[in-house]
Ligand binder design. Structure first.
Ligand code: GRF
Length: 197
């Protein structure tokens, strides 16, 4: 019997931590009309909560060390084995090796919790970003969804959404607002941009 592959695009999510974005993406793409499914969650930390979240939702997980991820044959082999079409970074804290960017050119995206180019670059991840935004007295911040290129946080911007920062907001308040924007937009933008629906 020959297996006919369905037309769904196959997504691998790369995450390092809590995995709220990964969880949202998995749930969103379980809806068949959304044209894709998350088939693999790659994580570099064996204790990261994202692993349990993915497993609970029936998604295969793969824990890979920094060395594994930088091993071309191993990394591309894992993605090929799962016939991955699209790579989505969701709170992934390691550098993405150039061979991966090259292989998935225009099919690899990231979400950054600020309005790039502001608060991007080295050390600017997670709570560090929100702390810097509050300390600078910004009146607004937001999210940036962008293609991943060889220069970190500098790939072509696909989409930005904004939210107000109130004078009384703490970094934790800002983080909550950012997560809300992420939940609202990330999956939808991936669908519009990469699935072509
Ligand atoms: C998100 O704010 C994302 O924008 C950033 O890291 C955070 C990850 O959160 N890149 P989670 O692990 O998806 O909950």
């Amino acid at each position: 019997m020959t297996m006919v592959r369905d037309m769904n695009k196959r997504i691998a999510v790369f995450a390092s931590g809590n995995g709220s974005n990964a969880e949202n993406l998995i749930k969103y793409f379980k809806e068949s009309s959304h044209g894709a499914e998350v088939v693999l969650a790659v994580c570099n930390r064996p204790d990261a909560p994202v692993i349990e979240k993915a497993k609970r939702l029936g998604v295969e997980t793969c824990i890979m060390t920094r060395a594994d991820i930088n091993d071309r044959d191993l990394m591309l082999g894992v993605l090929e084995q799962h016939s991955v079409d699209i790579v989505v970074l969701a709170g992934f804290l390691l550098m993405v090796p150039p061979f991966l960017i090259e292989r998935y050119r225009d099919r690899i995206v990231n979400i950054h919790p600020s309005l790039l180019p502001k608060y991007g670059g080295k050390g600017m991840y997670g709570a560090n970003v929100h702390k810097a935004v509050v300390e600078a007295g910004e009146t607004e911040t937001g999210i940036t969804i962008h293609f991943v290129s060889e220069n970190y946080d500098e790939g072509r911007i696909i989409f930005q959404a904004r939210t107000a920062v109130d004078p009384s907001d703490t970094p934790a308040d800002v983080e909550r607002k950012i997560h809300q924007l992420e939940r609202q937009h990330y999956a939808q933008i991936i669908r519009d941009t990469l699935i072509g629906l």
